[in-house]
Design a binder for this molecule. Structure first.
Ligand code: C2G
Length: 131
């Protein structure tokens, strides 16, 4: 059966994160999730509420996730695909096209993002006391 990988920050874990993980796992039998480290997020100009080890622990606890690895840089994907014998890379379609260069190494599939949810929306809703 197929081995799948997906990458992300997964801060303030929400339904959009869960749905991409579930859909990625449905494409195979083994799912690797690479969680962005705090240092890598700085290069993505992403400020996280939860540090890497907490974000990784939450992802690792999800039934569909078989292995969590750190995502430390943009360049590691080819190595990850080879090292983990990956058949399919899955990302949300906000990344459409960005990983097509990996099509020489595995199938690359972009799935529709879950609408109306993101860590950014959660933060702004809390800030504006919508709760
Ligand atoms: N996602 C989604 N629907 C949402 C929000 C996120 O499907 N409403 C998907 C994103 O498309 C991505 C994954 O969930 O595939 C993780 O999203 P983020 O945690 O925002 O990850 P990002 O910062 O995009 O990091 O090398 C790739 C990067 O590490 C991706």
């Amino acid at each position: 059966m197929k081995r799948v990988i997906t990458y992300g920050t997964f801060d303030l874990f929400h339904l959009g994160h869960l749905r991409i993980i579930q859909r990625a796992k449905a494409l195979g039998s083994f799912l690797v999730v690479a969680v962005s480290t705090d240092e890598f997020n700085q290069t993505k100009a992403k400020k996280c509420v939860y540090p890497y080890h907490e974000r990784a622990a939450i992802v690792a606890a999800i039934r569909d996730v078989d292995l969590v690895i750190p995502e430390e840089n943009w360049e590691q994907k080819v190595r990850d695909i080879q090292q983990h014998k990956i058949d399919i890379l899955v990302m949300g379609d906000d990344w459409e096209g960005r990983f097509d260069y990996l099509k020489d190494y595995c199938k690359v599939i972009y799935l529709p993002r879950t609408p109306q949810i993101s860590s950014t929306i959660i933060k702004s809703d809390i800030k504006s006391n919508n709760y």
